[in-house]
Every structure is written in structure tokens, then in C-alpha cells.
Design a binder for this molecule. Structure first.
Ligand SMILES: [Zn+2]
Length: 326
């Protein structure tokens, strides 16, 4: 890893990294300017949405404009530049194979384009990109298998280091995917699952984290806010050394937290549960690593030695940090 770029980012979505400029260019290229209407502000300089459901709709519209391997390649190059500017030297980037397959796209060709882009980004910026395909949980196990089969076919030789699960935790509980994740592990890929994102779900949010770890063998949890309400789940995360990919700015943007001060970062840190800060959907939310760290310093009491510790945890929790290819 480039020592000048210490940041390790383990929770960032490629589709959420499409810059406003790139979205405008794609809409122009495909003759679909109407898609921009409710996505961007008047100036075309920021994404707009109102609440979690509206955010999901925005995410869907952005994916409608990613049609070819070249589109994905370009977005990955943009992300490489952004990460470099943000001091990130290594990132594992999620991308929804579930959505690709639903749109009739070919994940293998797209993954090859992303692998090529990662090579170019490393050459140009010294930033290493690795990939975490994921399935959409509310679309069920069969669709999940299709996404995983495509990910396994692409494999580590194209920079795929893990497999994940995103989407609606209520409509698609992690336990439904137990056999799939047994195969993910057998394939030698890491497991990272979004779980416990909305603490308002109460015990269901904690149980969602439990299912992801105990039933699916998740080594990393995305968000994990629901765990804090249940000491047993927190103890399990600690005992199993599960890394929690915290995304405080994202939680504010989607409205699952009202105030940053409500974010349980210090609960995880004081419990010595490995965790780190991530922007989640950096372009859609207008977030970056530098800003996340600064806000956490100011509003969550984050100390410099805690940042060093989080970076160390993130390096240990990365699925592809030791690989040199690409
Ligand atoms: Zn996410």
C-alpha cells in the first residue's frame, strides 16, 4: 500500500460513487436527461433525495445509467482519483451483481473492465481497488445464487475478494442465505453483510446482526447500529473479532439517525470491537474520509490514537490486502 495514503476503506459502493458530472455525461450519452430531474439539484452539483425510500429510488436511477463495461470502467477511474485525493490507499468496493443481472448486464465483462480500471488506478494514483460483489436480499436466495455464481466465476484473479448482501433486512433476513454463504466461504471469499442499519427496528436490528454473523459467518458487518442495544450481540462481535463498517454520515443522510451525537462509535470503540469509518455512498451523500474523521473528532470525541487503531483494524479486516495482483 502507498504509505502516503494511509486510509483503508472497506465500505463504499461503486454505484454510490458516480459523480454528478459523470451522471450528467451518462444521461447525455444515452439521451435520457429526464432521469436527472429528481436526482440532482438545479446546478447539477449535488444529489438530492428526501429520506431512506427516496434514497433507494435515487440509487436505482443511477444504476439505470450504468449500462456497459465501459461505463463501470469510467466510474472506477473517477473513484480512484477521488480516493487518492481523499488520502485512501486501499479500498474494497461493493457493487451490486444482483442489480446487474436484473438489468440483463453481464457481470463477467463488467468485472474484467473493473479489474483493468483497478490496474490503471494503481499505476496512476497508487490506490489499490478490490471488489465485493453483492446480492439484493429481498430478491431471494435463487437470485442470490446467480449473483454469487457470477462472482465466483470472476474470482480473485479479477480482484473479487468477497461477497456481500445488501437491501431490505426485513424482507430478506440473512438466515435465508445460510447455504449461499457456506459456499462463499468454501470459495475462499470474505463475507461482509449489511445488518442492523436501522436501530429503530429495535430487537430485530440486533437479531439481524446476529443472523449475519452466526448463521452466515460474516467477518464484517455493514453499519451494525442495532447491535448496541444488545450486550450479548456486542460480546459476540468482540469474541469473534467481527469488524463493523460504521458509516455515521450515511446514517444521518438516510435518516436512520437524527443526530450525529446519537451514533454509537464510542460504544464500539470502548468495547474494543474492531471498526472503522466509511462514507458508504460517497458521491450520493457528498461524503469523504477526511470529512467523516473531522466530524467524528468534533462531535463524537474521536481521538487521534483511536484513528490509528481503526486504521490498523481495517488493514487486518481487509479481504485482499495481502494480494499483489492487479
Ligand atoms: Zn452500504
Amino acid at each position: 500500500m502507498n504509505k502516503d495514503l494511509p486510509g483503508v476503506e472497506l465500505h463504499t459502493h461503486l454505484e454510490g460513487s458516480v459523480t454528478c458530472e459523470r451522471l450528467i455525461a451518462l444521461a447525455d450519452h444515452y439521451g435520457q436527461p429526464g432521469l436527472l430531474t429528481k436526482c440532482l439539484n438545479k446546478e447539477g452539483t449535488a444529489y438530492v433525495f428526501d429520506g431512506f425510500m427516496d434514497f433507494l429510488e435515487l440509487f436505482r436511477k443511477v444504476t439505470l445509467l450504468l449500462k456497459t463495461p465501459q461505463d463501470f470502467h469510467q466510474v472506477a477511474l473517477d473513484l480512484g482519483q477521488t480516493l487518492h485525493d481523499d488520502g485512501v490507499g486501499y479500498a474494497e468496493v461493493s457493487l451490486s451483481y444482483g442489480v446487474m443481472l436484473k438489468r440483463g448486464l453481464e457481470p463477467q465483462a463488467i468485472q474484467q473492465a473493473l479489474f483493468d480500471a483497478a490496474h490503471q488506478v494503481q499505476e496512476t494514483h497508487g490506490v489499490r481497488l478490490r471488489w465485493l460483489p453483492d446480492a439484493v436480499r429481498q430478491w431471494g436466495l435463487d437470485k442470490g445464487w446467480h449473483a454469487f455464481e457470477a462472482a465466483a466465476k470472476a474470482g480473485r484473479s479479477l480482484g473479487v475478494v468477497g461477497f456481500g448482501l445488501g437491501g431490505d433486512e426485513v424482507a430478506g433476513p440473512a438466515r435465508d442465505f445460510a447455504p449461499l454463504f457456506a459456499d462463499v466461504k468454501a470459495e475462499g471469499l470474505g463475507v461482509s453483510i449489511h445488518a442492523g442499519e436501522n436501530p429503530a427496528s429495535g430487537p430485530a436490528a440486533a437479531d439481524s446482526v446476529r443472523q449475519a454473523v452466526e448463521v452466515c459467518g460474516a467477518e464484517r458487518i455493514g453499519h451494525g447500529l442495532g447491535a448496541v442495544a444488545d450486550p450479548l450481540i456486542m460480546a459476540m462481535l468482540k469474541a469473534r473479532n467481527v469488524f463493523v463498517e460504521l458509516c455515521p454520515g450515511s446514517n444521518l443522510c438516510t435518516g436512520v439517525l437524527e443526530n450525529l451525537a446519537d451514533h454509537p462509535l464510542q460504544d464500539f470503540l470502548s468495547a474494543k470491537i474492531p471498526c472503522g469509518l466509511n462514507p458508504d455512498d460517497r458521491s450520493l451523500f457528498g461524503l469523504d474520509r477526511g470529512g467523516e474523521l473531522e466530524r467524528a473528532r468534533q462531535e463524537l470525541g474521536l481521538q487521534e490514537e483511536q484513528i490509528v487503531m481503526m486504521d490498523e483494524w481495517a488493514r487486518e479486516a481487509a479481504f485482499g490486502m495481502d494480494e499483489t495482483a492487479g
